[in-house]
Design a protein around this ligand. Structure first.
Ligand code: GLN
Length: 317
């Protein structure tokens, strides 16, 4: 299927390597401005002044700059993979348990949940991702193996694994996520045992990838649900559209409006400093810099994406 932006000639004329090398230079001054996430102590040990970026076209051609092969904790980026599995399995029934509106609140906020009777605003805030996790845990017998296998398949890297130090660190300090899960259980919006759901959720958040892996892993979303390199279909085109829409409106939490304004692409961030973004019918991008802004999004990562869509003049708008 040819996509909205499918324009090989235009993209092939872009000096992508030069552009991303230039971006690496230009984000230099921003690398020290962010702050690493230390509410998960293990993530607090990462050096903030690091940067990598990878851009993968639908034919697999990849352009990389900086530390594009250094692994980092993907954290909330993994919520996109969990949502893909849950949406493919449950279809529109999923929306009975979780909404599709931006929250306007931080990713780990509890306040909205009581007003809205335990139904989280969207699948990317932690409460929503826990409901998605529950929908997977309640359906599959080996959910963790399944989601890791899925990540192996879409990234093309069978070496990806969970980071047990990050997993333990997050579990030990995960009182807020535990509170969210228990609270939703009290409203009847959580079928499985809270502990099982948390283990699955912390597990997929703790997986390590690099920018190269990430750019490959998001290709199916840049290609209407079908992986362009393996031809495997993970989602119907209309479902891929919906996940991309959610990334645009909710993928960077209470900063999603500003992200859309500056970058103009669907993207999903994680507190490990990674961001994945896609240009439908065209390419996917993985960027990483561990220093975060006050919303928990990579400060230099957003800057890099903003520079990328400005310099290439391609975005979804
Ligand atoms: N695992 C993290 C948490 O639950 C994910 C948050 C994030 O990356 N925004 O707090």
């Amino acid at each position: 299927m040819s996509g909205f932006f499918h324009n090989d000639i235009r993209v092939s004329k872009l000096p992508l390597q030069e552009i991303i090398d230039e971006i690496r230079e230009e984000v230099g001054p921003f690398l020290s401005q962010g702050k690493v996430a230390d509410y998960i102590p293990e993530l607090g040990r990462v050096k903030p002044e690091q940067f990598g970026m990878a851009v993968t076209l639908l034919n697999g051609q990849t352009f990389e700059t900086g530390q594009s092969r250094d692994n980092f904790s993907i954290q909330s980026i993994s919520k996109v993979f969990a949502l893909t599995i849950a949406f493919a399995e449950w279809g529109d029934q999923l929306w009975l348990k979780v909404g599709r509106e931006p929250s306007g609140n931080p990713f780990n906020s509890l306040v909205q949940l009581e007003h809205e009777a335990g139904k989280p605003r969207n699948p990317f805030i932690n409460a929503g991702a826990l409901v998605v996790a529950d929908s997977i845990v309640s359906r599959f017998s080996e959910p963790t193996d399944m989601i890791i296998d899925f990540m192996h398949e879409i990234s093309g890297n069978s070496g990806l694994e969970m980071d047990s130090n990050v997993f333990d660190s997050e579990k030990e300090h995960g009182h807020r996520n535990a509170a969210l899960a228990h609270f939703m259980k009290s409203y009847g919006n959580m079928e499985s045992e809270v502990n099982e759901v948390l283990n699955f959720y912390f597990g997929h958040c703790s997986v390590r990838m690099n920018c190269f892996d990430l750019a490959h892993a998001f290709l199916y979303l840049a290609n209407h649900g079908k992986h362009p390199l393996t031809a495997k279909v993970y989602l119907a085109a209309s479902q891929a559209k919906r996940i991309n829409s959610l990334m645009l409106t909710c993928g960077t939490y209470d900063a999603a409006g500003d992200f859309a304004f500056r970058v103009g692409l669907p993207g999903k961030s994680g507190v490990g400093g990674g961001i994945a973004a896609i240009i439908p019918g065209c390419m996917s991008i993985g960027v990483w810099s561990p220093g975060l802004d006050k919303h928990g999004n990579s400060l230099a990562g957003i800057k890099a994406l903003e520079l990328f869509t400005t310099k290439t003049e391609i975005s979804i708008f």
